[in-house]
Design a protein around this ligand. Structure first.
Ligand SMILES: [Ca+2]
Ligand SMILES: [Ca+2]
Length: 351
């Protein structure tokens, strides 16, 4: 248990179940001549302090509320909640939803837990040891660097703290002392590495014929491990569903082919760091691919296509994607056929 919790001052020897109240009194059982004045029901607690200031069971297992908690302890016969441990202590309390691990904590030493970490910060929590306290002192240092910093919390009922001003990407290790006001022994140690947010790439699009070339800036990794893997999505502007484009890209450039010319698209790009972190939103841009002049969709632009455009001259386009209206002004006319002549596959628009 000491190994599991990293709690060096943990008393883990569970006494035998109660048989004889006299035997159970640790003082009278160790020193039989000691007058038994105050018997108390706590079996293990007198081992670590006076009856008025027993140790506390360490709440360590989350989601233990019964019924419903993922780690609730249930009677295997009827599925009912087991609400007390072997010593008669509550398995969980409504305050924090955690179940104790049957180990008892030194009177003076809080059990330190890691609550989370953020941008240049680490969130710590601990339980309140019994006894007359004036507060706590958090002591921390970068991993491998013995130079320590301290944060003093001047309240015995404050049981969490965000340590700020840390360097992203650097692992820090923390312990806590109870102040009585003299300083208690070291608690267990917890370590964490703060990271900053992953940045959003700035995306640029260059329209091509039925395709768009994209490139983007390298965003901040927030000191996370790299390199980035980039993912590209796109959709016709105004639609809700994104279409997956190229993914797992190491470079910051790609081409999206097979788009419909004359239709405006929205493109989104994000980078994923090596530890799986992604930004809060996509980097986006919009672009309208240039229309192909391959009106009959046979894979080449030639005099047949130019003829189809000329045949519809001075009539309205059928829609935004009408290939005959190359410049997308809504009318099929001489300008469209002139532009398409320039895009013919072979010289002189030969077949
Ligand atoms: Ca054609
Ligand atoms: Ca036109």
């Amino acid at each position: 248990m000491k190994l599991l919790t990293g709690q060096p001052s943990l008393l883990t020897g569970t006494p035998a179940l109660p048989l004889d109240p006299k035997i159970l009194d640790p003082v009278s059982s160790i020193w039989p001549e000691y007058p038994v004045i105050n018997k108390y029901p706590g079996i293990a607690t007198p081992l670590i302090g006076p009856a008025s200031q027993p140790g506390v069971l360490i709440d360590a297992i989350p989601n233990a509320v019964c019924p419903g908690g993922a780690n609730a302890v249930l009677n295997p016969l009827d599925g009912s909640c087991i609400t007390q441990d072997v010593l008669g202590n509550p398995r969980w309390d409504a305050g924090n939803g955690k179940r104790n691990i049957g180990a008892i904590q030194n009177v003076q030493t809080p059990h330190l837990t890691l609550q989370g970490s953020g941008d240049a910060s680490v969130d710590l929590g601990w339980n309140q040891p019994t006894g007359s306290l004036t507060g706590y002192k958090i002591i921390f240092h970068p991993f491998g660097n013995p130079s320590t910093q301290e944060v003093t919390i001047p309240s015995p009922t404050t049981l969490q703290n965000q340590v700020t001003g840390l360097t992203n990407g650097t692992q820090y290790c923390f312990i806590i002392h109870a102040l009585t006001p003299t300083e208690g022994p070291d608690s267990n140690e917890v370590c964490a590495t703060p990271f900053g947010p992953v940045g959003i790439p700035v995306v640029t699009a260059i329209p091509g014929v039925s395709q768009v070339e994209l490139f983007w800036t390298e965003p901040s990794m927030g000191a996370r491990p790299g390199p980035f893997s980039y993912f590209v999505t796109y959709r016709v502007k105004g639609q809700l569903e994104w279409v997956n484009g190229p993914g797992y890209l190491s470079g910051r450039i790609t081409t999206i082919p097979g788009l419909t010319g004359g239709i405006e698209y929205e493109f989104g790009v994000f980078g994923q760091t090596d530890d799986g972190a992604t930004p809060s939103e996509l980097g986006t841009t919009t672009a309208t691919p240039i229309k192909s002049c391959d009106v009959n969709s046979n894979g080449s632009v030639n005099k047949t296509d130019i003829g189809l455009i000329n045949a519809a001259r001075n009539t309205p386009a059928s829609g935004a994607s009408d290939l005959r209206d190359h410049n997308s002004d809504g009318v099929i006319n001489l300008y469209d056929s002139r532009q398409c002549v320039l895009l013919c596959t072979k010289p002189l628009c030969a077949l």
